[in-house]
Structures are given as C-alpha cells and as structure tokens.
Design a protein around this ligand. Structure first.
Ligand code: G3P
Ligand code: MG
Length: 346
C-alpha cells in the first residue's frame, strides 16, 4: 500500500462508514495488545493516505469489570483514548434487566467486581456465591473462602431469601462451587436455598452474558469460556433431574447486541462528531465465526444499514479450518482489516 504522506491533508471525519471491533483475538490476547492493533487504531484516527478519521466502537463478549474501568485499561493497551460511550461488553445489555428482578445471584469474575457492576446497573439486591458459602460452609465441600472473600461476603439467612434470577456476568473462577450453587437454586422451590422442588420446574431463570464456548487468550490454542460452562450446566441439570434446562445468553451473536451496538454507534457519532445520519457501512472485525461473523451476517439481513463482516486470523479462527459462518473478507490481522475497509470506500 502507498506510504503515508509526510504532511497528510487536513483530517476530517467520515460520516459514510464506521468500524466496530471485537476485542479478544482481534486487538488483545491475554492482556497484551496484538502488535498490529496499535497501528490500526492510529490509522482510524487519521494516520492514513486519505487523512480521514473513521469513527469506531468496541463490542466484546468479555466482561467482569465496569465499562469505565475496562475503558481505562483498553486506553493504556491500545495507546488511545477509549470512552464508555464507544464500548459494550457482554453484560452491558443486562442493565435492562435490573428492574425486572429483586434479589439476584451474580456469578463470575474476580472478587466483588461483578457485584459492583450489577449494583451499578441498578440491581437492587445482589447475592454472590461467596455470600451463600459464608452463610453455610457445607454448601461447597471442597471450597473454603479465603480470609478476604470471607470479609467481603455478606452472609444472611438464605432460608428466608427468594433468589429470582441467576446472572453469569463473567467467567467462573471456580466451576465446581459455582455450578453446585446454581444447581441448588435450579432444583429449589422458587429459588429458596435449602429446599428441593418436586418438579424441578420452579427454579429461577439463568442468563449468561455470552455464549462463547472457546475464546482466544494468551495460550496458543483456544481456551474454554462461558459457553462451555453453559453447556456443562445444562448437561449436569439433565443428568441430575432428567429434565431439560433452558438458559438465555446475551452478547454476540444475539441480534439484540447488534441493535444495542447500532444505537451506541449512532449516539457516539452524534456526540463526538456531530453526525446525524446513519453510516452506509459498518465494518465489524472479529475472530470468532460463531459469534462475530454469524451475528454480523444475520444482523445485516435485518438492518437498514450495511454491516460487513471481516474475519481475522489472530484469534479463535485458524487457517486450515473452514469457518462455519462465511465472512465478507478474511485477512491476517486487524491492521489488514482496517486497510481493507478504508480502501473499499475510495
Ligand atoms: O470471555 C471473553 C471472550 O469469550 C470473548 O471476547 O472480545 O472476543 O468478544 P471477545
Ligand atoms: Mg474475539
């Protein structure tokens, strides 16, 4: 491609197109930026042969901390300013469920982080597995709370509490004990711990913030993720009760997540660039065919605007396998994806 001119024409923002990025396997792996990611961000910020600035947002299935905390981290990793106004993670759309339930169990993530996220979303009464173990340490025969966990957990008499829903916000740090507690609730009478239903049909609903069975972390090979916990829980429920368990997942590839992303992008382009019309094309760059490419392609069928899927080779998708969902383009890395999108426009 042509070299970047030494004095580029005055930067201007395009209203014609925009980018949306998956994070793990596209921009970051195991907490470290993928080398080409930093240059890709520079290119979008005007360092390209057209001197054009291109608006962009981030849509990750990951989570486990507040959107603003994650944006501070992402800003450092990518050497740009990332605002919560351009960021959605797996659990972001769960904020819309806060009004629906009173007492909820929130599972996953480090320490108390997910409780704080849920409370920040407006959930009124948030219980964690630690609270339940603190109330009754016999709940999990092989897990004892650390002194820190014990201090932060909020014991109460759970025999008197009705847990109305279960939300898996982030990856479980202890599958066995988290699954035991979820199973107890699913087999209970109306979400009351210590009881057993006769039908196993009155337990609380379970929501996962996404359904990725595997994801791309620092290991060369993919690692199991939240979707694997979901599969495991459903199989275990069946093995123990003989009944089917229906759970719900948010995140990509759900159309609702792409609708949410469209609203976010619209607001972001308006607030930061004064753009009032929808973009003609949104380039979505992802590494996971089952969530990123599938979601983008399906959303494209419904949306008025055009979502264009680009698959990279730096994450879950590996060369030699045929992706189950066909992207519009496959490129080596995120920098090539940005170049591909920009060049298509001129
Ligand atoms: O746990 C996070 C992972 O499953 C996916 O993150 O950024 O690739 O959507 P991302
Ligand atoms: Mg990814």
């Amino acid at each position: 491609s042509p070299a970047t001119p030494t004095s580029p024409p005055e930067s201007s923002v395009t209203d014609k197109y925009a980018f949306a990025f998956d994070i793990d396997g596209v921009l970051i792996r195991g907490g470290r930026p993928i080398p080409e990611a930093i240059e890709a961000m520079k290119m979008l910020n005007g360092d390209n042969e057209y001197g054009v600035k291109v608006p962009y947002i981030f849509v990750t299935n990951g989570g486990g901390k507040t959107e603003s905390e994650r944006c501070v981290q992402l800003s450092k990793q990518l050497e740009i300013e990332v605002s919560p106004g351009q960021f959605i993670c797996g659990h972001t759309p769960m904020r819309e469920m806060a009004e629906k339930f009173n007492t909820v169990l929130v599972v996953g993530g480090e320490g108390e982080k997910c409780r704080l996220v849920a409370e920040g979303y407006g959930f009124k009464d948030v219980v964690t597995p630690g609270d339940i173990i603190k109330d009754n340490e016999d709940t999990t025969p092989f897990r004892t709370l650390t002194p820190e966990e014990y201090k932060n957990s909020r014991a109460r008499n759970f025999a008197e509490v009705e847990i109305e829903a279960i939300f898996v916000f982030a990856d479980s740090r202890d599958w066995a004990s988290d699954q035991q507690i979820i199973l107890d609730l699913l087999m209970s009478k109306n979400g009351r711990l210590g009881t057993r239903s006769e039908t196993f049909e009155e337990g609380p609903p379970v929501f996962f913030s996404h359904n990725d069975v595997v994801w791309s972390a620092s290991h060369d090979l993919t690692r199991i993720g939240m979707g694997a916990l979901r599969v495991s829980l459903e199989a275990m429920f069946k093995a123990v009760t003989g009944k089917e368990l229906k759970t719900t997942a948010f995140g990509k590839p759900q159309i609702g997540t792409f609708e949410f992303a469209t609203r976010l992008l619209q607001q972001w382009r308006k607030d930061t660039h004064g753009i009032n019309c929808p973009p003609d094309t949104v380039y979505f760059v992802g590494d996971t065919p089952e969530s990123d490419i599938r979601g983008t392609n399906e959303y494209n069928k419904h949306a008025e605007n055009n979502w264009y899927s680009i698959l990279v080779r730096t994450g879950v998708f590996q060369e030699g396998t045929k992706p189950r969902f066909q992207p519009k383009a496959t490129v080596d890395n995120v920098l090539e994806a940005v170049k591909h999108g920009i060049e298509r426009e001129y």
